[in-house]
Design a protein around this ligand. Sequence first.
Ligand code: HEM
Ligand SMILES: [Fe+2]
Length: 775
Amino acid sequence: MFWHDSCYRQWEVSNNSKGLEHDKTKVFPDCFDNMCVVSFAILLSLGSEIYRQAPPIPNAVLSESGETIYTEDDIQDGQLVWRTMGGHQLGSIWGHGSYVAPDWTADWVHRESEIWLDLAAKTHFSQPLSQLSEADKAKLESLLRDDIRPNRFQPEDGQLIISDLRAEAVKQLQDYYVNLFGNNPDFQPTREAYAMKENTIASEENREKLTAFFFWGAWAAVTERPGENYTYTNNWPFDPVVGNTPTSDNIVWSILSVVVLIAGVGALAWYHASLKEHDLPEMPKEDPLFGFKPTPSQKALTKYFITAVGLFLLQVLLGGITAHYAVEGQEFYGIPLAEILPYSVTRTWHTQLAVFWIATAWLGTGLYIAPALSGYEPKFQRLGVNVLWVALVIVVLGSMAGEWAAVQQYFDIDLSYWVGHQGQEYIDLGRIWQILLLVGLLIWLALVTAAIKPALTKDGEMKPVIWVLYASCVAIGLFYGAGLFQGKHTNLAIAEYWRWWVVHLWVEGFFETFATSVIALMFVRLGLVRAQSANSAVLFATVVFLTGGLLGTLHHLYFTGTPTSVIAWGSIFSALEVVPLALIGFEAVGTYRMQKATQWMVRYKWAIMFFVATALWNLVGAGVLGFLINPPVALYFIQGLNTTATHAHGAFMGVYGMLGIGLMLTCLRGLTGDTNAWDDKLLKWTFWSLNVGLAGMIFMSLLPVGIIQFFAVIDHGYWYARSPEVIHSELVEMFVWLRVPGDVLFGMGGLLLAAFFAKLFFSARGKATDKEVTA
Ligand code: HEM
Ligand SMILES: [Fe+2]
């Protein structure tokens, strides 16, 4: 994301000597427009293919002898039941979700095949499967594939006919799940292993419906698309018994994506080398922001930052509990915690709070920087800032309460959707809360617009970067609305498409451009970088990031019931996302040097160190660990394993968490002045604890577990990697325990940050000095 930083120095050349600068600021906006139009046109046209080619939901699933197994309503209601229990937050579907309970698709496919083979062994050989020779087993497996893989959906009447033998297997499997999701004591150890609470789904009728939804997802995973030799999910999950192995597209595009990555890195390195070195501008003698007097609305932002830190601490605490559930599935050191706070709730809150606290820090930053740029404080801005804060608190607390009540099964399936849990990771909150959050974002956008407007219209030297910043704010606000394009009965293949419009386009698109422009503006304000250099560099970075980032969305959709073209486009463009990240070292070093550029920069030292950490984690967490799971053939085997958690922690906390802290510190420097209560020592410990702690949890625990699971998938099939045999094996549990040092250190970092805030705001000495400065 910080590609611009590394470029500052080089842009100076064109800026001063050849007048090239001017040309570049003209060329990049054109590139940007064209690239956005083309990328969205492709994304939308693939979206329309996804609509057309989504696995159909049958009107009825019938056995050959005419018995109705499931109806369309069962499947649709089953999807809602799945949402009430937390959906993605308890196991996964088509590889998307959480990592302790099984992937219900892979689990169903495998169990159904085992029951089918056993029934067939009895029919054909009058013996249980275990007694058969390998040759006879192979014969039956071949018959199994002949039974389940051909597409027996009849588009004319919307019916799906399955063999009687398969119908019998489905019924037996239904009993298993109805027991598992209830409170049958025989199944308690399995629930414990899967971190499921007793009576996960309270009503038996709903448990049966849930199986209809699981069946449908599993059917799509083993049924070949009409006229093709691969399934609706591109043969995911890997399970050779049912004929699911990587498709040729999967392998070919994976290899091509690596080649494209190498070519991209080469091209960018070449381009970078072709730029001439030039010195940075002469540093101001004094901090240009020193003595800056915050406006009333800026002062009102302090509570945003305190709230962000509070939510962060809560997120860390919930993360610790969620991780513990991987060892003790229903308890916390013997206390039966799952009765009131089950895994599905702690994980929902943990992931949602990540979004909430980082968003709060950023919203605050946006509101801080807008009047700083324009020098204009709109009327009622302070009131608006206060109202927005209250609205955010209501949405955070309300949505969390709703999610808890949904998982506790207090609502019926409809109400649960509206006020409880949508079950879709990162947009889990009930629909009403989701709408309110969108309204909150729009209020934020209105406030930012009001304050920044003069800077947008005035012909200033920073205009292009200010426009990039503003456009990112608009995109962040509006694109959250994409989550509303899917409803409670939307086919999951389509729902996933829209979900990733929000999650991916936010984190790998607009967040990157927001971050790039906001940091550039801060450096320009500090006089460390010339405005014109920042302009070109930010526009260039925006084009580079969005070229991969927009179509990169498709890397989440390889196996979610989409056509093969998604694999081709997704693998190539998401590989391009890694190109700027691979070379980010240039700017990490450039940013690091900024803090030593002049004496007074020591005031910003730790804010800048957090920006350096952001760049480092962009390389490690987003670039390297992202690419580990990015080629289709890698994700085919390791989607939804701890390898994903590895990347998610390195990228989300590493990049945007660290950035959020850096931004808050920069704003707070302006808000609190040069107070003695600003404790750099505390910040130093905060910084190292958070970063070393994060690295510890990733490299000592999550990554090794992910790699053990990777081997398990290849040896046995995907279903095995999340089975208790692996998750609760001695080796894996040892690595889960090895999370403790990293987690504890990281938690200490959180507490130290809170201590820094407490000292800053509550120290009487600090306040006294503060008054002197701002008076
Ligand atoms: C700072 C930027 C990024 C952030 C914050 C981020 C965050 C995340 C998160 C939170 C997840 C979901 C984890 C889960 O399902 O539990 C994820 C999944 C994934 N990310 Fe990233 N990511 C970033 C950049 C990248 C990059 C650059 C790549 C590679 C090109 C990448 C590739 C993937 C893939 C392949 C998945 C798994 C696909 C799936 O299961 O849907 N990410 N990322
Ligand atoms: Fe992504």
